[in-house]
Design a protein around this ligand. Structure first.
Ligand code: PDD
Length: 279
């Protein structure tokens, strides 16, 4: 078992995977990415991640070098080589190498990178107890639907999380909750699940879509609308969804207890349904 790297078509030891300092991903954050995890050794929702990678690339006028079939081959090969019980696959596409100039040439060859590392899912005891979050201003740009490697606002929010020793930062833009720094936020009020609508202010989460489908199939009402910070504090339940967090209850936000301070019934129902679906 070992970490695996893939760069521009070749598998190499992680320490040998290098890109030029003139790579536009390095100089401008001019690139896009995906994070995929395995369940029982198989990549979960791979097609949905590849579709989103295409969307992100297209939005930035970036040429996608591989078809879905080619990506799938590389990813499966990376998982096979790494041979971890569960893996986290990071794929990144940058515009390529060129002398520094903000404007780009459409002729550049994109740099493609992938790493496959061991994935450690959230501890079951943490899942059972729920997690703490803080809220912070959403200072990101106006195209959060693009999964861009430009993550400075997320980096700063996650550093606040680290310093406050909580689990996630919930981002608030103009008084309304958008999403988490690395997850989707869902709020339950009066039996209805509410989450921000897809659009430029959120990343359209792969897990979000799976969980909303699950809610629909279980007859749980959904409203795709933003809630205020006050609504968040007064919610019956709050939970996060995401590739790395799965479905996890938030039981305290900014030190305020949510609901009765334990994962609520709808969160538990959706978490159980999700576990069943991925298992
Ligand atoms: N992030 N919102 C943001 C801002 C995210 O960065 C992520 C995931 C999500 C959840 O999306 P999905 O369900 O497709 O994983 C929502 C990944 C895990 C990351 O940047 O590491």
């Amino acid at each position: 078992m070992s970490n695996v790297a893939f760069i521009n078509g070749a598998f190499v030891p992680l320490a040998e995977a290098k890109v030029s300092i003139e790579d536009r991903g390095f100089q401008f954050g001019d690139g896009v990415y995906e994070v995929i995890r395995t369940y029982k050794g198989r990549p979960f929702a791979l097609e949905a991640h590849l579709v989103r990678l295409d969307r992100s690339a297209t939005a930035l006028d970036l040429t996608q070098p591989y078809s879905h079939a080619e990506w799938t081959d590389h990813i499966l090969e990376g998982i096979r080589r790494a041979a971890f019980p569960e893996a986290k696959i990071y794929i990144q596409l940058s515009r390529g190498v060129a002398p520094r100039d903000h404007a780009y040439s459409t002729e550049l060859t994109p740099t493609v990178a992938m790493t496959v590392r061991e994935f450690h899912p959230l501890d079951r005891s943490v899942q059972a107890a729920g997690v703490d979050a803080l809220t912070t201003e959403d200072i990101r740009w106006g195209r959060c639907d693009i999964k861009s490697v430009n993550l400075l606002a997320n980096v700063l929010a996650r550093q606040q999380v680290k310093q406050a020793q909580v689990f996630e930062a919930i981002l608030v833009r103009a008084g309304l909750v958008t999403e988490g720094a690395v997850s989707t936020v869902m709020v339950v009020q009066g039996g209805t699940v509410m989450t921000a609508p897809e659009g430029p202010h959120i990343l359209s989460g792969v897990t979000r879509a799976v969980v909303l489908d699950l809610a629909r199939s279980e007859g749980i009402p959904i409203q795709e609308r933003c809630v205020s910070r006050q609504d968040l504090y007064g919610a019956d339940e709050v939970f996060l969804t995401g590739t790395t967090v799965e479905v996890v209850a938030v039981v305290r936000i900014d030190g305020k207890v949510i609901g009765d301070g334990r994962p609520g019934p709808i969160t538990q129902q959706l978490a159980a349904g999700f576990t069943k679906q991925v298992g």
